[in-house]
Design a protein around this ligand. Structure first.
Ligand code: DX5
Ligand code: ZN
Length: 215
C-alpha cells in the first residue's frame, strides 16, 4: 500500500500545528516539508526552526525535501531539527556522494530527487546508497501545478532498476497528485505519494486518504 505524505506547503500556516495533527488523524503516513531557498527555486518557504517546532506536534516521520543550492551546508541542522528523511536534489549538489553519506552520518535516511528534465540514469552510481528516490512530477518551486505525465515512465524505470539490482529504496513522487490521478501513480510503482494542494485544499482530509486507499 502506498504511503501518503501531505506537503505542508499547502497547509494553513496560521494554524500549522493543527493542520499537521488533522493530517495525522486523517491517516497520513508522513509529513512532507518543502524547503525552498529562492535560488534553486524561485520561492522561499520553511527553515529548520519550523521543522524543530512542528516536531513537537506529531510522531509521524518528517520527509524533508531540500530545494536549495549547496544542500550539504544544512544537513546537520535539518537532521538535528528532527528530519527522518532528508532529500536533496541531484541538480543542486556537486559532490552528491559525500552529501548522501553525510545525511546518513547524521542519522537520517537519504533521498535524492530529480527534476522533470533530469533522466533517471544519472543516479546510476549513487542509487545503491539511497533510501529513497524522489521523482518530481512538476518543476519544483510551487504547489498547485499540473502533473507531468512523463514521470510515470520514470517510476517504471526505477522499479526495474530496483528489481534488477536487488535494491530497496522507496520511490516517491511529488507534484500535481490528486485523488483522481493517484491510482495511476501507484500503479506505475510509486511507494510514497506527496500531496500538497490535493490534500490540504480539500474540505475533508480523511476522505482524501480513504479514496486513495480504496483505489
Ligand atoms: C513542489 C513541492 C511539492 C508541492 C506539491 O516544488 O516539492 O511538494 O508542495 O504540491 P502539489 O501537490 O500541490 O503539486
Ligand atoms: Zn516536495
Amino acid at each position: 500500500m502506498a504511503l501518503i505524505a501531505p506537503s505542508i506547503l499547502s497547509a494553513d500556516f496560521t494554524i500549522l500545528g493543527e493542520e499537521i495533527k488533522k493530517a495525522e488523524q486523517a491517516g497520513a503516513d508522513w509529513i512532507h516539508v518543502d524547503v525552498m531557498d529562492g535560488r534553486f527555486v524561485p520561492n522561499i518557504t520553511i527553515g529548520q526552526e519550523v521543522v524543530r517546532s512542528i516536531r513537537k506536534v506529531t510522531s509521524l516521520p518528517f520527509d524533508v525535501h531540500l530545494m536549495i543550492v549547496e544542500p550539504e551546508r544544512y544537513i546537520k541542522e535539518f537532521a538535528e531539527a528532527g528530519s527522518d528523511y532528508i532529500t536533496v536534489h541531484y541538480e543542486a549538489s556537486v559532490h552528491l556522494h559525500r552529501t548522501v553519506q553525510s545525511i546518513k552520518e547524521e542519522g537520517a535516511k537519504a533521498g535524492v530527487s530529480i527534476n522533470p528534465a533530469t533522466p533517471v540514469m544519472v543516479l546510476d552510481e549513487i542509487i545503491a546508497e539511497l533510501d529513497l528516490v524522489l521523482i518530481m512530477s512538476v518543476n519544483p518551486g510551487f504547489g498547485g501545478q499540473r502533473f507531468i505525465e512523463e514521470a510515470l515512465r520514470k517510476i517504471g524505470q526505477l522499479k526495474r532498476i530496483r528489481n534488477e539490482r536487488k535494491l530497496d529504496f522507496l520511490i516517491e513522487v511529488d507534484g500535481g497528485i490528486k485523488v483522481d490521478n493517484a491510482q495511476r501513480v501507484i500503479n506505475a510503482g510509486a511507494d510514497v505519494l506527496v500531496m500538497g494542494s490535493g490534500f490540504f485544499n480539500s474540505p475533508d482530509y480523511s476522505e482524501v486518504v480513504r479514496r486513495i486507499r480504496d483505489g
